[in-house]
Design a protein around this ligand. Structure first.
Ligand SMILES: *Cc1c(COP(=O)(O)O)cnc(C)c1O
Length: 367
């Protein structure tokens, strides 16, 4: 018997498309018969995990027959000290994606609305639909940055959550903290504001630290170990918010949501600040170089504040295929409703050189 499971699944799930990650390197090598390929699709740290994290991963391998600390107590304590809050203000997730999802699931449901910007991080829309709530996508301004006025105006008495990445992925735009505070002051006190700072380490020297400075009762600031700390494969992130808010979301948490190795590696990575900062500085220099190169070739799609750059061209998909033929994997932004754009993660110095050489050749054929 053929069962049509889509008729039995909850209605909202049928209309969802799975999150499309960057193409895995192995798949490209096999498809194209290439010897080497570089992945510039997922904004990972190309220099690898922080070295102290690698030591911790090896060191705790013999301990994985035991369940981890379900409350991630030690990691929470270290993070609390770092951010000058008490541990009750912190929610740890299997990646910050899980923190975002837990928050949306806790506070939004059928009949509620979740507000985000049109080209916001795709997870917000997925988590909203999964929670049975209604997403309200607010168009950005001409410069692709969040239209904070329009977002504030989109709030109704059905709104439970607002999601906003700063800097935004994939558009790379950044708001300073004063502008965000003005926005927060316009919002009702009883809605949750998820301020997603996945790229915090790349912007902290420009805008400073939002934790302890921004003020709103429903504010939850989300950070991750997946980007600058180089631990994307382990899945650890966290949110910092008011204790009552964190407590409610914590009740929805699976008992052992963050694995042992992830907890230990994250703690060790926090102890490797110099390494992280060094890689951030190199990445920012490389980003400047890549953006100047793209501008020279009339391909620059905007100024980015993350560890990625934007390429814009009407034939972006041709460029994507030609890059893939040369073993380079960028991220097409068509799924984000930006078909002319490719997002390219800032790689190592060598990877960026290879990318620029490839674009140079490709553009001779595309003009
Ligand atoms: C990469 C990214 C995250 C982090 O996801 P993890 O689940 O922590 O790996 C969150 N938000 C945005 C906007 C991102 O780009």
């Amino acid at each position: 018997m053929n069962i049509d499971w889509s008729r039995r699944a909850v209605r909202q799930c049928v209309h969802l498309h799975p999150y499309i990650p960057g193409k895995p390197v192995e798949q490209l090598l096999e498809e194209k018969g290439l010897a080497s390929a570089i992945k510039l699709a997922s904004n990972e740290n190309p220099y690898g995990p922080a070295p102290k994290a690698m030591d911790a991963i090896r060191g705790y391998a013999g301990g994985v027959h035991r369940y981890p600390d379900g409350a991630a107590g030690s990691l929470k304590t270290v993070l609390a000290e770092r951010h000058n809050v008490s541990p009750e203000h912190i929610l740890i997730g299997n990646g910050s994606s899980e923190v975002l999802e837990m928050m949306i699931r806790t506070f939004a449901n059928h009949g509620n609305e979740v507000v985000y910007s049109e080209h916001g991080f795709i997870m917000y829309a997925l988590a909203t639909v999964a929670a049975g709530a209604t997403g309200v996508a607010v168009p950005e301004g001409d410069d692709l940055s969040h239209d904070l006025n329009a977002m504030a105006r989109a709030v109704t008495d059905r709104t439970r959550v607002i999601c906003m990445a700063n800097p935004n992925n994939p558009t790379g735009t950044l708001h300073d903290l004063d502008a965000i505070q003005v926005f927060l002051d316009r919002l009702p006190r009883n809605i949750i504001v998820l301020l997603d700072e996945a790229y915090y380490e790349y912007t902290s020297v420009i805008i400073g630290d939002a934790i302890g400075r921004l003020d709103h009762p429903g504010l939850v600031i989300c950070r991750t170990f997946s980007k600058a700390y180089g631990l994307a494969g382990l899945r650890v992130g966290y949110g910092v918010g008011h204790a009552d808010v964190i407590d409610l979301a914590n009740r929805f948490r699976a008992p052992f949501n963050v694995n042992l190795i992830a907890q230990k590696a994250a703690m060790a990575a926090l102890d490797d600040v110099d390494w992280v900062l060094d890689k951030v500085v190199i990445t920012l220099n490389e980003r400047t170089k890549l953006e100047a190169f793209l501008a020279e070739h009339l391909l620059l799609g905007g100024t980015s504040h993350g560890n990625f750059v934007l390429l814009r061209h009407p034939r972006s998909m041709n460029i994507l295929r030609m890059l893939e033929n040369k073993g380079i994997i960028p991220r097409p932004l068509a799924p984000y409703g930006m078909p002319e754009y490719l997002r390219i993660t800032v790689g190592t110095v060598g990877e960026n050189t290879r990318f620029m050489a490839a674009i140079h050749t490709i553009m001779e054929h595309i003009q």
